[in-house]
Write a protein that binds this ligand. Sequence first.
Ligand code: ADP
Ligand code: F6P
Length: 321
Amino acid sequence: MIKTIAILTSGGDAPGMNAAIRAIVRSARINGLDVYGIHEGYKGLVEGGEKFVLMGRKSVTNIISLGGTILGSARLPEFKNLEVREKAIENLKQHKVDALVVIGGDGTYQGALALKKMGFKVIGLPGTIDNDIWGTDYTIGFDTCLNTVVEAVDRLRDTCGSHQRCAVVEVMGRYCGDIAKSAGLATGAELVITSETGYDEEKVLANARAYREKGNRHPIIIVTEKITNVHALAEKIEEHTGIETRATILGHIQRGGSPTASDRILAGRLGNAAVEILLEGGNGVCVGIHSNQIITTPFEEVLTNKKNIFGEYESLIRTLS
Ligand code: ADP
Ligand code: F6P
């Protein structure tokens, strides 16, 4: 029988994490559970003490629209060590916590799986802008990030059109191309480059030349991070096509901002479901959304699979051929 739960946010923050925290706290309190908010992810879990803060309904008032996470986030590579996780479990037990809800990306899920294997009850919610999580069609934060990217690319399109310039735009996503591909579709970008589409500099240059020959002197090229140096690529495009080219790295701007309605609703549904699942005895699973239905998937399955959200409309994305 669960009486006390704890929540933490970990890894890269994502807009909508606060809406998820709000839903978990409210739903837990309605069901008579005590809730600890753990500050700074696994780091706070290991440090214990003042990092464990009891949360009531009032502690989540007016946070639904806030970006970032009121609990803070951190990265703690040492959490891979057994003795560090033992300290975390000791702190949870000291506070009589029966189950933990983690909100984060795949790294956070690795940590959660490790805790589950040590016998602690844990549930995961997908909170990352990258959308790189199996077991859910969409992660909390992805939609907000995508809207930020689309707005930025639209702005670049304005100025590039005026100056007859090509724009190379680097977006986040770690090794997942969902941000780049979705932004490409939503902005009509001339070229999208991700780790899934592959990268070939000669082909990029040929592609840009082809646009110039067709009279388009302001193509937009969206590139996922970690693929190439976009400033060097911009110089090459200029050199090889004669089209003036500028590179823009959108960076951490993509992680901030008030969550979209879609992210708030997703976070609320997943947060609510997490508490219900725990009360029904669930453990070691991630809560996600698939075809607009709440689903649960074991951590092991989530961490060994890769999804593709694009299906039949993948062909609409303009990639290197
Ligand atoms: P995200 O959750 O956004 O993918 P990270 O990859 O940085 O972010 O992971 C967040 C945290 O999860 C790490 O700082 C670390 O504390 C923990 N973590 C990551 N991988 C593991 C692992 N293999 N075992 C235990 N903990 C891990
Ligand atoms: O996982 C979210 C993310 O923003 C990735 O898209 C990016 O690669 C990474 O985090 C950046 O991490 P940091 O905030 O540590 O620079």
